[in-house]
Design a protein around this ligand. Structure first.
Ligand code: ATP
Ligand code: MG
Length: 436
């Protein structure tokens, strides 16, 4: 069957098909029957539409099928489009043919079910209006990231997923048996990206990233997608500004393509519009502590990382994302260099989203000091042999360079305004869950 025979629900809702006979295919979203009339709400990827099935308007067999088909049954129906102010979306279909492609069994998901039950039924729950809307926005976000970097002259560069060394600390590594050896699932593409910028200069990538996060939080997944960039000849300031541009670009794309989905999710588009054009402040870690002290009466000891509570309290004073730079060098990864102007701090940054969504981007300038990196790796108990190739990059024409990683799910959760990162990825993997 050719596609042109089929009409999508959004075309009907746009009013272009009123009075015409159309063919639709989709699934039963809701249905109720009262004797000689069945009201079936049909859904397809573009929306939902009420279909009114009246005995006498179609064959007896078709009517019986419409009467007994349960929700999530798949259908091909024919009918006449009518404008109807009482119908949920202003239009209805007066059905003249009702062909059930597959009768559904009683659907296990009914109202008011626990989040854990919905997670067990994820393969079915994915059809919900909420998840469908989030997944559409996720698709826009991913597309926007590719578009942003490609428009700005970056090459897409892929790093191995199986890696012999760590990048972000040994405690969150997933070990994989590799023939007679062991490797780890990628925690970041960064070390390989640093090799590639000496050829390609400006690169980006988006790929699955794995971290064995041992605590349960609403913003950590064990498998997530990180969009990273790395650039030769770039310093910390350069990359913080690129990160701000990228986030604003993502917001613009979502606002252009997903107004309906934002509405389904109850997300305020005005707020996103503001952030799609606003300037985002840059402050230092030390200034962040000052704000916490003055405005929140919170005393954070200099040198301690900002916890969720502190980030949230800090962000209550801002209505856009904020870049925080110069965290204490001690608590930073081995490749983040000390700031020559303030040796206690590192040339690094986090971008923190407002409203409790926490860190969405993390990045830094990269160290070129082999001696310092060697010492730090040794202190962590790492085998230096594994990093010799990485140190080579500093021996053959090293240049200042910087990069960052943006957490796709963190950004999606924030844009959608959802309370748990697990809904920002189709099949979440966490400390307690790797099924279905
Ligand atoms: P956090 O302090 O929140 O654990 P991080 O400092 O470990 O984050 P980075 O190593 O800077 O994070 O990673 C870059 C980005 O990847 C983060 O800003 C965040 O958006 C995302 N990210 C990191 N870990 C996770 C995770 N476990 N699940 C989802 N996204 C993550
Ligand atoms: Mg972390």
């Amino acid at each position: 069957m050719s596609n042109s025979k089929w009409t999508k629900i959004e075309e009907i809702l746009s009013g272009k098909k009123t009075g015409e006979t159309v063919n639709l295919r989709g699934w039963i979203y809701r249905t109720r029957s009262s004797g000689n009339i069945v009201f079936t709400v049909v859904r397809d990827v573009t929306g939902t539409l009420q279909a009114t099935v009246k005995k006498g308007n179609l064959s007896d067999k078709d009517f019986e099928d419409a009467d007994k088909a349960l929700i999530e049954s798949s259908l091909e129906i024919q009918g006449v489009v009518k404008e109807d102010k009482r119908a949920p979306n202003g239009y209805e279909l007066q059905v003249t043919g009702f062909n059930v492609v597959s009768f559904a069994e009683p659907f296990p998901i009914t109202k008011d079910q626990s989040p854990e039950f919905l997670m067990d039924q994820r393969h079915l729950w994915i059809r919900s209006q909420k998840l469908t809307s989030i997944l559409k926005i996720r698709s826009t976000v991913v597309g926007a990231i590719h578009k942003f970097f490609r428009q700005n002259g970056y090459y897409e560069f892929d790093a191995p997923v199986l890696q012999p060394n760590q990048c972000e600390g040994g405690s969150t590594l997933f070990e994989v048996k590799y023939y007679d050896n062991k490797t780890y699932l990628s925690q970041s593409w960064q070390l390989y990206a640093e090799a590639a910028i000496f050829a390609l200069e400006k690169i980006y990538n988006m790929g699955p990233t794995f971290r064995a996060e041992k605590s349960k939080t609403s913003r950590h997944l064990s498998e997530f997608w990180m969009a990273e960039m790395e650039g030769a000849w770039m310093d910390l300031h350069d990359v913080t500004e690129i990160a701000k541009d990228e986030v604003r670009f993502i917001l613009k794309e979502v606002l252009e393509h997903n107004r309906r989905e934002l509405e389904v999710l109850g997300q305020d588009a005005k707020k996103l519009e503001h952030m799609s054009t606003a300037k985002y402040p840059t402050i230092t870690y030390t200034e962040a502590l000052d704000i916490l002290k003055e405005k929140e009466k919170m005393n954070v000891e200099w040198g301690k990382d900002l916890r969720t509570l502190e980030e949230n309290n800090l962000m209550s004073h801002f209505d856009t994302p904020v870049v925080v730079t110069n965290y204490p060098s001690e608590i930073m990864a081995f490749y983040k260099p000390k700031d020559p102007k303030d040796q206690k701090t590192a040339l690094c940054f986090d971008m923190i989203a407002p409203e409790g969504y926490g860190e969405i981007v993390g990045g830094s300038q990269r160290s070129t000091d082999i001696e310092d990196m060697t010492k730090r790796l040794k202190d962590m108990g790492e085998k230096i042999d594994n990093y010799e190739w990485y140190f080579d990059l500093r021996k053959y024409g090293s240049v200042p360079h910087s990069g960052y990683g943006l957490g796709v799910e963190r950004v999606v959760a924030w844009i959608c305004g959802i309370d748990n990162i697990k809904d920002a990825i189709p099949f979440p993997r966490t400390l307690l869950r790797f099924r279905p």
